[in-house]
Design a protein. Structure first.
Ligand SMILES: [Cu+2]
Length: 126
């Protein structure tokens, strides 16, 4: 009787081991600030259907930024008019210094569907 319990327990333990190996351990959260160079700041832009996470992004002129783009929902990209910035899923990161203060229009760069034309936000360089 006891042998039967033991072999059952071993079988269950093995199944759990295989399950853990197959699914992997949960990923560690990434500390994004640690990736930045000294003096560099982070500008994160996230897109959903059909808007960016902020209507206005304010950045400081003369400061180097790591610009990181991500799609949360749907397939989008971002381009900033007047600046040489174009990001999407395949190239989501750029290091960039906003030199000239001003207001720049930011749009979705991928024809993503009905709300595409409304995906407009503003970058304000101060
Ligand atoms: Cu779009």
């Amino acid at each position: 009787m006891q042998k039967w319990i033991l072999s059952t327990l071993i079988t269950v333990a093995c199944a759990m081991g295989v399950y853990l190996m197959a699914t992997g351990l949960p990923e560690k959260p990434v500390n994004e600030a640690a990736e930045l160079k000294e003096g560099q700041e982070l500008l994160k832009i996230t897109a959903t259907n059909f808007e960016f996470d902020q209507k206005e992004y304010v950045v400081k002129a003369g400061t180097n930024y790591k610009v990181k783009y991500a799609n949360k929902l749907g397939k989008h990209g971002v381009e900033i008019k007047g600046l040489d910035i174009e990001l999407d899923e395949t190239s989501p990161e750029i290091e960039f210094t906003f030199d000239k203060p001003g207001t720049y229009e930011m749009r979705c760069s991928i024809m993503c569907g009905q709300g595409h034309g409304d995906m407009i936000s503003t970058i304000i360089v101060q």
